[in-house]
Design a protein around this ligand. Structure first.
Ligand code: ADP
Ligand code: MG
Length: 315
């Protein structure tokens, strides 16, 4: 058996087989059907060894995270995930590594009934590109926020930033933060539930300040953010001895929570959705008419959060 045959064999262990896949892996193209009344939402993300994950992360986590970041983009527009394609660049074919990678990928794919329908393989530095496809009736975009809208954040932010510290030699990082860095949970059900309510939405991959900045820019508005309301986990707070350092939480990213805006009249609907999807949804501020994001400290004094979110070409 040649090396690629081994990979194809592993890839063919997937258990999801969707009726809308007319032709899957094995031909020149996948042939897929989109349900009537829906648009196709398409997104792609690449993970490069040493850039998007530390070299020592397990193959299972790399497979899991490669899909999670893509499902998070679908969640951010409120799409229902359906299919993925996978482009793999591998330095060599290590059977144990690829078996674990595929397990990680399919563990999350199974949870969301997502089918792998094609891809590509090459020999080179370790890098994984996934293209995700989903269905959406009315997409949640970055451009719909209006002055007076409330700004919400799902779950909590900052744990992934602590997770990375463990790879820099810090042994005091809670296990849960390492898991949040390596195996983030895309907020798929939340994105779908927000369809009728959110005026804008984005997933937090580069830090709240940076990602909310995209909403502000594309919606031609600014934002007031109250740091005391930023949802931090107990792990994060106890790591900093309750002296919460907001810089990491606001600027590191890799949280894959959703940040969205809603009209104040929909506050109750958002509380109902939080219960329905069993996820905390916290109001952290509101949209204003300026073109800046202003943060306020515990005493409602304006503060500046200096570090910017992650930008590949600015590091
Ligand atoms: P081609 O020469 O047409 O690119 P390949 O030999 O690369 O064909 O691929 C054969 C089939 O296997 C195609 O259906 C392709 O989509 C699928 N495939 C290749 N690589 C992957 C991968 N990494 N994951 C899933 N399917 C793959
Ligand atoms: Mg090919």
């Amino acid at each position: 058996m040649n090396e690629f045959d081994l990979i194809y064999q592993l890839i063919n262990t997937q258990s999801i087989s969707r009726a809308d896949v007319k032709t899957g892996i094995g031909d020149d193209c996948a042939i897929l059907s989109v349900p009537d009344g829906y648009s196709l939402a398409v997104s792609m993300d690449t993970l490069v060894n040493g850039v998007h994950f530390p070299e020592s992360v397990s193959a299972f986590s790399i497979g899991y995270k490669s899909l999670a970041v893509n499902l998070s983009d679908l969640a951010a527009v409120g799409a229902i995930p359906a299919w993925i394609t996978l482009s793999l660049s591998l330095p060599s074919v290590d059977e144990t590594w690829i078996t674990d990678f595929v397990k990680g990928l399919f563990t999350l794919a199974n949870q969301h009934k997502v089918q792998l329908v094609g891809g590509d393989m090459s020999c080179g530095p370790l890098s994984i590109s996934i293209q995700a496809h989903g269905f959406v009736k009315k997409a949640l975009l970055r451009c719909g926020a209006k002055a007076g809208d409330l700004i919400y954040v799902s779950g909590n932010i900052g744990d992934a930033s602590l997770g990375l510290r463990s790879y820099q030699g810090d042994t005091a990082v809670p296990e849960n933060c390492i898991r949040r860095l390596n195996e983030p949970q895309p907020r798929v059900d939340l994105g779908i539930a927000l369809n009728d309510y959110a005026s804008s939405c984005i997933d937090i991959s580069d830090g709240l300040i940076s990602d909310l900045g995209h909403i502000c820019k594309q919606s031609h508005c600014g934002a007031d953010i109250y740091l005391k309301d930023i949802p931090l986990s107990d792990d994060y707070k106890s790591y900093f001895n309750q002296q919460a350092d907001y810089t990491d939480a606001m600027t590191f990213g890799d949280d894959y929570e959703l940040c969205f805006t809603v009209s104040p009249k929909d506050k109750q609907a958002i509380a109902d959705i939080a219960r329905q999807v069993a996820t905390d949804l916290t109001c952290v501020g509101s949209i204003n008419t300026t073109n800046q994001i202003q943060c306020f400290d515990q005493n409602n004094e304006p503060v500046t959060i200096l570090k910017k979110g992650f930008e590949h070409f600015n590091e």
